[in-house]
Design a protein around this ligand. Structure first.
Ligand code: UDP
Ligand code: MG
Length: 315
């Protein structure tokens, strides 16, 4: 068999409820695409340490379609981005597409992405039209998008959509990065020379629940910010200077008032409010510093980023 030209990468974490529907839509869509474009494809499922029957179901699917299916089984849960990273390592195609397992992005859209890759783009981003997520998720992600555009050089309209296409060259470069915390679409974007964006449909999650808690979303967003910019740290040094300046002038004013008006003892509560506010700012700054230092610490330990237990593939 020739090496496939198209690799689809699907991270799977506790998706037993949705997998049958995924299989029944993904394979026909790709069969059609393969026939239309005269190419071969492979689907690489990465089981990210699921605790339900996902791994067994992926095994069954491998038995059913061994020529187009490969399954990488992680020993533990290492996170969606690490799963995609492993997928990149195993992918053989010239065109690589990442897709979520929950059918929020219709597999039928893959053809449109391949179209752009064939046309010569090395990075195909996506924008979700009428996004079907909670209002909280949508507004939080809009806010993060703005922030990211301000402090990094990455310009993406919609950072969160994981249905994306990459050329081999980009994937090889991403593979050379050994960072232990990362955000794949942004990392890949930094290597793109001819990026483009297309709009894709977005649907409700077909089955199961989102695998991201609010806490994990916050962690992910710190990855996105700290991984691509040190501007947040610089903002704190500037903020510190401004505050020192303001406090200095306040002190001077108070001193002058002391001589003109005499002793004043009002505004105790204002003082409290101000102090607590400043303590809050300081703690946030300290925490932010900790985010960077924690990442440096994780990085220097050089532990494996993920551990593969087994790979199911045709010899
Ligand atoms: N996922 C994963 N490991 C994790 C969390 C999620 O592999 O630790 C997979 C999950 O199975 C799905 C994709 O990543 O295929 C996106 O997850 P989800 O749909 O829960 O995220 P959301 O759409 O809510 O951002
Ligand atoms: Mg989803």
């Amino acid at each position: 068999m020739n090496a496939p030209q198209l690799s689809i990468i699907v991270p799977v974490y506790n998706e037993e409820a949705g997998l049958p529907a995924l299989f029944s839509r993904l394979y026909p869509a790709l069969d059609m695409l393969a026939q239309k474009r005269q190419l071969q494809y492979e689907i690489i499922f990465i089981n990210d340490g699921s605790r339900d029957r996902s791994a067994a179901m992926l095994g069954q699917q491998f038995e059913a379609r061994p020529d187009t299916t490969r399954v990488v089984l992680f020993q533990n849960n290492f996170g969606q981005h690490m799963a995609i990273m492993a997928g990149f390592e195993y992918a053989r195609g010239e065109y690589i597409i990442t897709l979520d397992a929950d059918l929020q992005n219709p597999p039928e859209e893959i053809d449109a992405l391949v179209q752009e890759l064939v046309a010569g783009h090395d990075y195909v981003g996506t924008i979700r039209t009428n996004r079907k997520d909670t209002l909280f998720r949508k507004s939080a992600s809009r806010l993060m998008n703005h922030l990211r555009e301000k402090i990094t050089h990455i310009t993406m309209t919609d950072q969160g959509c994981m249905l994306r296409g990459y050329r081999r060259r980009i994937i090889d470069l991403v593979g050379k990065c050994n960072e232990s915390n990362t955000f794949i679409p942004a990392l890949a974007y930094t290597f793109a020379t001819n990026p483009t964006e297309i709009t894709v449909q977005h649907e409700e999650r077909f089955a199961g629940e989102s695998k991201y808690s609010v806490y994990q979303l916050i962690r992910l967003n710190f990855d996105l910010v700290t991984g691509f910019s040190v501007v947040p740290l610089q903002i704190f040094s500037i903020l510190g200077m401004l505050l020192a300046l303001a406090a200095g002038s306040l002190f001077a004013t108070l001193l002058i008032r002391r001589f003109i008006i005499g002793a004043e003892v009002e505004g105790v509560f204002t003082l409290f409010a101000l102090t607590f506010f400043l303590i809050g700012v300081m703690l946030f700054g300290l925490g932010l510093l900790g985010e960077y230092i924690g990442r440096i610490y994780q990085q220097i330990r050089q532990r494996p980023r993920y551990v593969v237990q087994a790979v199911l593939e045709k010899p």
